[in-house]
Design a protein around this ligand. Structure first.
Ligand code: SD4
Length: 290
């Protein structure tokens, strides 16, 4: 018997996100609505400096956001390099539902959001601006591992009808080059959902997930009989085999299958994820390669 409904999401900020998602799921709501509601929580929280409002800016002091969402019918929507909009995950959903396209970027995505009624606002908080000014002193680009246990939020849900959906949203790598897009809005890299099999999402250094199309790989491994945890571990192993500099970076995969089994694996110790199901809410430390 499937363990449903259930929602899982990355890092400490996954806890409050799961609660918002659970409000939908526990009432028999759709996984798609649950993951969107969940992702919006850290997007709106200025204390989470790696997602949405209050996120770290790029090298030019601009906050640029990436997000995507995918449902049980293989529909997906995505925005990248989006500025001035607090809830990129909801813009991604609009791209999915209101346009013939999957992905909008930059000024085009921003214009579309405004047309859809989203309000433009300054997303750079004084705290994030101060961090950027500090960074400018040396302007050295060095990815931070496990930023205060917050990074991208990836959230996956299985609803009472047995359908899967997922979402992923981030302000990307802190102090990235202007125009840099990570894995989070790239379907197959930062998120993938196949309602026959399962769903996967990722956090950490996006370039590694893009180079290996990580989340698609995790779902395909589950299709071939790997458990969610084994599939995440194999995706990390593949990164380690192919990308010799992987030791400098963090990457974490999180997966959920059609029966409500979940699992995770990462490169560096320190990645954790949040689970919410009928048994309550809990945080789990992921296994790691190093
Ligand atoms: C990205 N996965 O844009 C996201 C977040 C990140 O280092 O940059 N982490 O790659």
């Amino acid at each position: 018997k499937a363990n449903k409904p259930i929602v899982i999401s990355t890092w400490n900020h996954g806890g409050p996100a799961n609660e918002a998602a659970w409000e939908q799921l526990s009432r028999g709501g759709r996984a798609l609505d649950a993951v969107e509601a969940g992702a919006r929580v850290p997007e709106a929280d200025p204390a989470v400096m790696t997602v949405g409002y209050g996120g770290f800016p790029d090298r030019e002091g601009k906050v640029t956001l990436d997000a995507c969402i995918m449902d049980e019918k293989q529909n997906c929507g995505s925005v990248a390099f989006l500025q001035d909009i607090r809830h990129p995950v909801s813009v991604a959903r609009k791209v999915m539902e209101e346009t013939p396209h999957v992905m909008l970027v930059g000024e085009g995505a921003r214009r579309f959001a405004l047309e859809q009624g989203f309000r433009p606002e300054n997303l750079l908080t004084p705290k994030a601006e101060a961090a950027w000014r500090d960074w400018l002193q040396e302007a050295r680009y060095q990815p931070v591992i496990n930023i205060e246990n917050h990074d991208t939020i990836g959230i996956l849900a299985l609803d009472s009808a047995g359908d899967l959906s997922g979402a992923c949203t981030t302000s990307g790598a802190a102090f990235k080059m202007h125009g840099r897009v990570g894995d989070s809005p790239i379907i197959g890299a930062g998120l993938y959902v196949d309602n026959e099999v399962g769903a996967a999402t990722a956090t950490g250094m996006g370039e590694l997930m893009i180079k290996t199309v990580g989340c698609h790989q995790v779902v395909e491994l589950m299709r071939h009989g790997y458990s969610p945890e084994e599939a995440c571990r194999e995706a990390v192993e593949r990164i380690a085999r192919k990308l010799p500099d992987y030791r400098q970076f963090q990457v974490g995969f999180l997966a959920l299958d059609k029966a409500g089994n979940y699992g995770s694996h990462c490169i560096q110790p320190g990645f954790n994820f949040a689970v919410r199901d009928q048994d309550g809410a809990r945080m789990i430390d992921a296994g790691s390669k190093l």
